[in-house]
Design a protein around this ligand. Structure first.
Ligand code: ADP
Ligand code: MG
Length: 293
């Protein structure tokens, strides 16, 4: 009976935009009690835009955009793409960056026009002993409480500005979370972004718990921690960052705008950008296994 039921489930799944990687995926789906969502690109669209710039007193906005834009054009992060394209739109050609280095989960550094430029989370600056001027830091906190992702820009050991980026939550996210709660599941938002932004986004879509400021390499430890509390964990993710967490989870669900790496690590592939594919997958698994037994 099992192969027939699996075929039926696969057919039904395909109609729903859900691709199963075999029977085990159904078994794992049934047992899940906690769903962990990655934030950027999963709960949010991941298409960020630069919405505000706040500069230190004697600093020119165009100069900040020129340095930050040149640096971020070398990075593949969604945050960096937004800064690079805003700078290009406003200023046209940008200088080349040299000695670019990526700081995973924190930011980026490089040399632009012989200046050492640094862009990233506040933590990247405090770790290097670079203070953020109080008025810029207050602005940063205010933006984060509004759910903005903020990026601090430094040049030659001095903080020049703070940028605010907006990333809309997917219209389907709130419905998906409500449906998961109705199915008796707990929800968690896991992100490398700061705690205030994470809470604002979680609040917007109804996710119960947030685990923020987690470096890419630490996401696996968070999943293992939840598992060691006896929870059966599904991870819903998209990016290269999430691949190890998807593989460690009891069930990995990749939303398909995602990369090949994430897809290899996943048990279920959701080809609908619509997040209600996640509760649909759980209902499908429960229904199929009920038929078999
Ligand atoms: P998420 O969990 O939201 O997908 P990441 O772990 O990829 O996030 O990154 C965490 C945070 O690090 C981002 O929200 C951003 O603030 C910062 N960051 C990462 N890369 C860059 C970059 N190139 N420039 C500026 N900030 C960055
Ligand atoms: Mg991500």
């Amino acid at each position: 009976a099992t192969p027939t039921a699996l075929m039926a489930a696969s057919g039904r799944g395909a109609q729903l935009g859900i691709f199963l990687k075999g029977y085990q995926a159904l078994e794992s789906t049934r047992a899940i009690d906690t769903v962990v969502f990655d934030k950027t690109g999963t709960v949010t669209s991941g298409r960020m835009s630069l919405v505000d710039v706040s500069c230190a007193d004697d600093v020119d906005r165009a100069e900040v955009l020129r340095l930050a834009g040149a640096l971020e054009e070398a990075s593949e992060h969604a945050v960096a793409a937004a800064i690079g394209s805003a700078a290009r739109t406003e200023l046209g050609e940008l200088p080349q960056v040299e000695r670019f280095t990526n700081e995973p989960g924190l930011g980026a550094a490089g040399v632009v026009d012989a200046h050492e430029v640094l862009a990233g989370r506040a933590k990247l600056f405090t770790e290097r002993g670079l203070g953020i001027p109080p008025e810029l830091d207050r602005q940063r906190e205010q933006w984060e409480q509004q759910g903005r992702t903020t990026v601090v820009i430094g040049c030659d050991g001095r903080v020049l500005a703070v940028l605010a980026l907006a990333d809309l939550v997917k219209p389907s996210a709130e419905r998906a979370v409500r449906e998961l709660h109705r199915l008796g599941l707990r929800t968690v938002l896991l992100t490398g972004d700061n705690a205030a932004t994470a809470s604002a986004v979680a609040g917007e879509v109804g996710i119960e718990e947030t685990i923020a400021e987690v470096l890419p390499g630490e996401k696996v430890d968070v999943v293992r921690g939840l598992q060691s509390e006896g929870r059966a964990v599904a991870v819903v993710g998209d990016g290269v960052n999430d691949a190890p967490a998807l593989a460690t989870a009891d069930l990995g669900l990749a939303v398909v705008a995602g990369t090949d790496v994430a897809i290899k690590a996943a048990d279920l592939i959701l080809v609908r950008e619509d997040l209600t594919a996640a509760p649909d997958a759980i209902k499908l698994a429960r229904g199929t296994l009920r038929t078999i037994r």
